[in-house]
Design a protein around this ligand. Structure first.
Ligand SMILES: *Cc1c(COP(=O)(O)O)cnc(C)c1O
Length: 389
């Protein structure tokens, strides 16, 4: 036995390296956009969550600058103490009107919104049913809540129903949790069926609209709108950091739910309020989402163009079927995924390899933006064609 109590860290890192699971940061040198400088080379960016290209939008920048000038750089305290600004309430009202819910509350990140909501609404006497492909923030929120957690196979309504038949009666409350657009696969949860099951078994349903907010649905309100489920009782969580180009998270739902969370969600109560700049930028983004549906139309045009080109030119590629701007190219193992990402990067394409433990199977993940031009998409298709795996 080595007597260095920290010695295990180096050993663990070596194991991570051996499995091709090692990850490190890559520096982006200019402002976000369809083209970025990555490690000194200009690449076309298919790795961003900035679906509408708003993170570099002049209007968001000006809104953030104005908020800093009026309210400073830090919000100085938690919302319940010194940190609450008029701007926070304005953003929450804009979110609830977009979502068509009674109210909404903003958190410092989407991750914290999930931790806060789940730990506040269920505990030791309760049951959580969780899709196996859920985002880390949902999974960790479930663990932290102390509830009994059962994972069901990805989007498998029959299995979910069976587990509810077996287990529901043994617990006080029950919460079903799921990504609405799955972050690493790009497919959609079967929301109408989930709502029906939740009703049948008297369960609460929580959906994570991180990749759906601003992206899907007629007005960009997310999967609830896409599936025509607006107005049904549901807990909706999302982020301000993807299509809204800012930072922060939100929960939208009934008056009583939001009021309860303001009193019971520890990751809201005991953390500093969202900064004035982030708040103002998200508010500006929501206005653009509402007023400029053409941004969303351009994004979906790009998605359809890429899918069509792949169908025509790369019939042998194994794509996960999706209905979102996230397209995944399935690969046999982590080493192949790394090789593919390297090949693409040499061809001027930034599309990352996603490997275990983030996902169970390795892949190249491509995400599209409204600001991609047809030439960018053609270049991606050419690079994929030239790829020898
Ligand atoms: C990105 C993401 C989050 C976390 O949101 P942040 O605001 O970045 O903390 C939560 N859930 C899903 C599904 C995500 O993709």
């Amino acid at each position: 036995m080595s007597n260095n109590p920290y010695g295990w860290i180096e050993e663990s890192l070596e194991t991570i390296h051996r499995a091709d699971w090692y990850r490190s940061v890559k520096t982006i040198h200019n402002r976000p956009g369809a083209k970025v400088m990555l490690s000194g080379y200009e690449v076309i960016n298919f790795a961003s969550n900035d679906y509408l290209g708003l993170a570099a939008d002049e209007r968001l920048k000006q809104a953030a600058i104005k908020a800093i000038q009026q309210n400073g750089t830090g919000s100085t305290g938690s919302r319940l103490l010194s940190g609450h600004l008029e701007l926070h309430r304005e953003l929450e009202q804009m979110l609830s009107s977009t979502k068509q819910t009674e109210d909404a509350v903003v958190f410092s990140s989407g991750y914290l919104a999930n931790l806060g909501a789940i730990t506040a609404i269920v505990g030791k006497r309760d049951l959580i049913l969780s899709d196996q492909y859920n985002h880390s923030s949902l999974k960790n929120g479930a663990i932290l809540s102390g509830a009994k957690v059962i994972e069901y196979p990805h989007c498998d309504i029959a299995q979910l129903t069976e587990k509810l038949h077996q287990e529901r009666q043994n617990y006080r409350r029950c919460l079903i949790i799921t990504d609405s657009i799955f972050s690493m696969d790009g497919d959609l949860c079967p929301l109408p069926e989930l709502l029906d099951i939740a009703e049948e078994f008297s369960c609460m349903l929580l959906i994570d609209e991180a990749h759906a907010t601003g992206v899907i649905g007629k007005t960009g309100a997310g999967c609830s709108e896409h599936f025509g489920c607006t107005g049904r009782e549901l807990i909706q969580i999302g982020t301000l950091s993807k299509a809204l180009g800012s930072l922060g998270g939100y929960i939208a739902g009934s008056n009583s739910l939001i009021d309860f969370l303001r009193n019971r969600a520890p990751s809201w109560i005991y953390t500093t309020a969202l900064s004035p700049a982030d708040t103002a930028a998200a508010l500006a983004a929501l206005k653009i989402v509402q007023q400029e549906p053409e941004l969303r139309q351009q994004l979906w045009q790009n998605v359809n163009d890429l899918k069509q080109l792949i169908k025509e030119h790369l019939p042998n590629l194994k794509l996960v079927p999706t209905e979102s701007p996230i397209l995944c190219l399935q690969l046999p193992d982590a080493a192949t995924a790394l090789k593919a990402a390297k090949h693409l990067q040499e061809a001027g394409i930034f599309a990352p390899a996603i490997r275990p433990p983030t996902v169970s199977t390795s892949r190249i993940r491509i995400s599209l933006m409204a600001t991609h031009e047809r030439g960018h998409i053609d270049q991606l298709v050419n690079a994929l064609k030239a790829m020898q795996l």
